[in-house]
Write a protein that binds this ligand. Sequence first.
Ligand code: 13P
Ligand code: SF4
Length: 351
Amino acid sequence: SDPDLVARATAAKKALGDRLFILGHHYQRDEVIQFADVTGDSFKLARDAAARPEAEFIVFCGVHFMAESADILTTPGQRVILPDLAAGCSMADMAVLSQVEQAWELFEAEGIADRVVPVTYMNSSAAIKGFVGRHGGVVCTSSNAKRALTWAFEQGQKVLFLPDQHLGRNTAVLEMGFTLDDCVLYDPHKRDGGLTSEQLAQARMILWRGHCSVHGRFTLDCVNEVRERVPGVNVLVHPECRHEVVTAADYVGSTEYIIKTLDAAPAGSAWAIGTELNLVRRLANRHPDKTVSFLDRTVCYCSTMNRIDLPHLVWALEELVAGRVPNVITVDADTAHFARVALDQMLALPA
Ligand code: 13P
Ligand code: SF4
């Protein structure tokens, strides 16, 4: 990275001292992650957001829904800053509050609403988390989806899982003994979600039709191809991948799990990793004694994670040094209250 920008970021960080706390998601660029005080998957970042109550400014190097969650989980005086406001998440955008309210009205009309517990993946807006908190549900991340679903099925017979159909299906079918027939897909762009009354009555898992376009690029062909090309390869993927990819993989887990798995792997082992490329490249550099390759042959970054680059970080930090507070992410008090109920429920899940 540009030495001048590195020097400016270093100087601004030093000038702000304990007033500043920088959080970085594992998909961030190396040029940015080098300045993070804490790095993590979305669960760890949600848990650690509140770790420095004395810090006035929390600069969140990640995407919008993560910064919103940090705002909800920190104390009112702390301000959360997203260095580029265009760093969203296309999956989170696939569930809009009005659509979810419409789905719930359908469940009410079908007489099933009192049996449905909403569960939302962290990758959703604060508005969706607020809806889930209002209706007795829970937030989950890729590192605790099974525990969150187990809890939800103790509260009711059915789950509405938002917005990632793959995480929902993969967890229910591959980890909890549900069958594919127990799952139905609710399409917010179709009338009644594209489902019949009978399907809604029978389903255990009502999966929202959302997905991650980055992880959606990994196919079963990628897995077969790498197994042919690299004998003995271990295929390690994120649970946002399609069901057939996760089924064919050897290991599945969150970004933090992926990092720990590589750390524990023996020298000489070979790995093909199905997740975002900044992280895979970092792992390849960190493990020169292992063969680490990307599961897809083509390059795929998460374009919104990548929007936070060093120039944006330097700009945000220098604004703070100059006494201005840019790009503050705030969630209105009512939404924040109910979103926090659902987030606290997640944080309280048994280990
Ligand atoms: P993790 O919680 O595993 O870090 O995943 C976040 C994410 O956005 C994956 O696409
Ligand atoms: Fe969203 Fe996918 Fe990017 Fe994760 S990788 S932030 S789910 S678009």
